[in-house]
Design a binder for this molecule. Structure first.
Ligand SMILES: [Mn+2]
Length: 362
């Protein structure tokens, strides 16, 4: 996946973690004695990827000790330019990797069928899952493999390809199908009331708004029994944290917190900071954030709300050994910074810079 928020070697770590997640799925499948594994679409972010990405992914998938069924989704539909039809994919496709190219039923074990609903294009005009479930009569143990949003109100999705949950629940109730494995949502989600319709979510987290990502589901299924167990395979984290820097010791507490966050090299941190700082404190904060930027995978500081204010005080000037023009500039900026309004924001920025430069020059 593209990740503009990462720089330098964090990019490499992120790529490697995603391949490791595939390998962990293989180890889990072996430990849990799984008969096979399915990936419900968006296996690849796009149909146009670098060859080495495809080769590395297929190499990791090939080490999974069970059959692996891949469903084309909206990011990797099975159109004429599909990644699954590319020469590099076909040449390196391991024996255990099967692409669910055709919609409909496929026997994957004695008495067990997948009912696949691959995406033929990026924007299909119908409910692809309904199309493959329609007309089935009870016989084998059936697992529907689909991709896309479900039409339940709480997920607030729309479009002609929405998956109609009521139809699926009716088919589950009638014993025509027994489990529905869905992809698209990055959050681990049980849909509806049957306990048999699930999004596993993304195996490695990719964004802040995902709920309970980094897992895969081990599903145990027979005609009248089901168990669905989430297992952790992801190692990255998108962490949103808010801190108030007001009051004695708050800045020190925040700096201590930064050093106690687990797995910092695999943590993308977004900070919302609020409080009122003197120039000296602000410089201390900036230094701590600069250091954190080196040890976290990425660090974003959200200052858009203007919750982090700078209030220059008399001791700030005392910290700096400034004379003449520089001293006059400092005093002018302090005055403007206190005055409020948009000019005050600029003045605060200029003061921070002046303070830092002056301290560095000492
Ligand atoms: Mn999708």
């Amino acid at each position: 996946m593209k990740r503009v928020f990462l720089e330098g070697d964090s990019q490499t770590l992120f790529s490697e973690a995603r391949l490791d997640a595939v390998r962990r799925i293989g180890a889990l499948a072996r430990d849990q004695d799984c008969a096979f594994a399915v990936v419900c679409g968006d296996v690849f972010e796009s149909n146009r990827l670098e060859k080495d990405v495809i080769r590395k992914a297929l190499d990791a998938m090939g080490a999974i000790p069970v059959p692996l069924y891949l469903l084309p989704g909206n990011h990797d539909p099975i159109d004429a330019a599909s990644i699954y039809r590319s020469r590099v994919f076909l040449e390196h496709q391991p024996k255990n990797v099967v692409v669910l190219v055709e919609p409909g039923r496929r026997e994957v074990a004695p008495g067990v069928e997948l009912v696949a609903a691959p995406w033929p294009t990026k924007s299909p005009s119908e409910d692809l899952v309904a199309a493959v479930v329609e007309g089935l009569t009870p016989s084998l143990l059936r697992i529907v493999v689909g991709h896309g949003a479900v039409d339940t109100a709480n997920l607030d999705a729309h479009g002609p390809a929405l998956i109609h949950l009521a139809d699926l629940e009716a088919a589950l109730g009638a014993g025509v199908i027994h489990y529905v494995a869905l992809g698209d949502r990055h959050s681990l989600t049980s849909v509806g009331d049957s306990g048999r319709v699930w999004y596993a979510g993304t195996p490695e987290p990719t964004a802040f708004d995902e709920i309970d990502p980094g897992k895969v589901l081990v599903v145990e299924l027979d005609n009248d029994h089901i168990a669905v167990d989430p297992h952790v395979v992801g190692t990255w984290r998108f962490l949103l944290a808010e801190h108030s820097l007001d009051g004695p010791g708050a800045l020190d507490d925040f700096k201590a917190w930064l050093t106690h966050v687990d797995s910092r090299r695999r943590t993308v941190l977004r900070l919302r900071l609020k409080g009122t700082l003197t120039l000296r404190e602000r410089a201390e904060l900036d230094e701590a954030l600069d250091e954190a930027r080196d040890v976290f995978a990425a660090l974003e500081v959200d200052e858009a709300g203007g919750d982090l204010a700078l209030v220059p005080d008399a001791t700030d000037a005392g910290d700096l050994d400034l004379t003449g023009f520089a001293r006059t500039t400092l005093e002018n900026l302090q005055e403007r910074a206190r005055a409020g309004g948009t000019e005050a924001q600029d003045a605060q920025g200029a003061l921070r810079l002046l303070y830092r430069l002056a301290r560095e020059a000492e």
